[in-house]
Structures are given as structure tokens and as C-alpha cells.
Write a protein that binds this ligand. Structure first.
Ligand SMILES: [Zn+2]
Length: 91
């Protein structure tokens, strides 16, 4: 018995989705060989750890670019003199 109209739907089958962290999940899909960058196994929301997701090497590029640059020392912030309050006559 066929529920859907024949010959217009892609084939649906069980496949394995692999994550960049190494985890794999068996899922149903119309595509083969699914690769993802992040999954529930390694996403910071689920792990509770802060992690840089750097698939394109942008962090390395940044670190390479600014390897020899040291941040300037901060200027000492001038403290504002507390405004003299006119409290004469009042208590
Ligand atoms: Zn993952």
C-alpha cells in the first residue's frame, strides 16, 4: 500500500549523521553521509563548557596576525573630583 504519491518523493532511509566531535547518530533521512559541525554531544549549551568553534581556522588566523602585537597599556583613568556639595545651612 502506498500512502504518498509515487515517484515524486526522495527515498527515505536510515543513515548515520556524523559530527566533527566524533559522535554519530543513526537517523532517518533522504540524504546519505550527513556531516555536521556541532551536535548535542558537543554543543556548549549541553556540555556547559565554553568552546571555540573554529571550522575555518579564523581564530588561528587572528592569532597569527596579531602574534607580535602587544596591547597598549591603558591610560590611567583620571579620577573626577567629587563635586563639592552645597550643604551649608541644611542638616
Ligand atoms: Zn558533536
Amino acid at each position: 500500500m502506498c500512502i504518498v504519491k509515487p515517484d515524486i518523493h526522495p527515498k527515505y532511509f536510515q543513515t548515520v549523521a556524523k559530527c566533527a566531535c566524533g559522535a554519530s547518530f543513526e537517523i532517518g533521512s533522504t540524504r546519505k553521509d550527513i556531516h555536521v559541525d556541532i551536535c548535542s554531544n558537543c554543543h556548549p549549551l549541553f556540555t556547559g563548557k565554553q568552546k571555540l568553534i573554529d571550522a575555518e581556522g579564523r581564530v588561528q588566523k587572528f592569532q597569527k596576525k596579531y602574534a607580535g602585537v602587544t596591547p597598549k597599556a591603558k591610560k590611567p583613568v583620571k579620577k573626577k573630583k567629587p563635586a563639592a556639595k552645597k550643604t551649608a545651612g541644611k542638616k
